[in-house]
Design a protein around this ligand. Structure first.
Ligand SMILES: [Fe+2]
Ligand SMILES: [Fe+2]
Length: 190
């Protein structure tokens, strides 16, 4: 896993613990968006050779989405409206337009979203165990999968242009470090 340039703020875990039900609804939307993101990447000519790999990610994310829906149902939490994540919005807003620039940036941002998810699920797998052991087990079960998605997206970017991918990874890691230090109070994973 990559080396983040700024740690998660100390306020993150207590905030998630305090609003776990709402965060679980956000998580369901994140998995839903991860499905559509994997499919959307198939629009880029540079990724035509990766359609099956992207389909495989979309299928896995759809399974995660269904798993989160089951967890919501078991806990009597209704599926609700998505809330925009300031971190994801600002990362996505920095994706440059233009085919080759866009596909590389899009892949790097997707990799970092997967990477931060992986890190957060690892923390939650212990961090909510006292509140909800079943949920803690679920988070633990996602760590490997999201870590693989992180690696797959980064490898896809490097396959298109190794040097440009490194340059943009550097750029987006700096942006992540800046944004992560501006915590918000919304009941979101990111
Ligand atoms: Fe997922
Ligand atoms: Fe994922």
């Amino acid at each position: 896993m990559l080396l983040w340039r700024a740690p998660l703020p100390d306020s993150w875990l207590p905030k998630v613990r305090a609003r776990l039900g709402e965060v679980l609804v956000d998580h369901a939307h994140l998995e839903r968006k991860a499905v559509t993101t994997a499919l959307n990447l198939e629009k880029y000519q540079e990724l035509y050779g990766q359609v099956r790999a992207l389909n495989a990610i979309a299928i896995e994310e759809l399974q995660h989405f269904n798993q989160v829906l089951s967890l919501l149902e078991e806990r009597g939490i209704p599926f609700g409206q998505p809330i925009r994540s300031p971190w994801i919005s600002r990362m996505m807003a920095a994706v440059r337009k233009g085919r080759r620039e866009q596909v590389i940036d899009h892949l790097v941002v997707c990799a970092l979203i997967e990477g931060r998810s992986c890190e957060k699920f690892q923390i939650l797998s212990e961090g909510v165990r006292d509140l909800d052991p079943g949920l803690a087990d679920f988070y633990a079960s996602l760590v490997e999968s999201e870590g693989n998605h992180y690696a797959t997206y980064l490898i896809m970017a490097r396959h298109i242009d190794e040097e440009e991918s490194r340059r943009r990874l550097d750029y987006f890691l700096e942006l992540d470090a800046e944004l992560i230090q501006q915590p918000h109070n919304l009941p979101l994973l990111h």
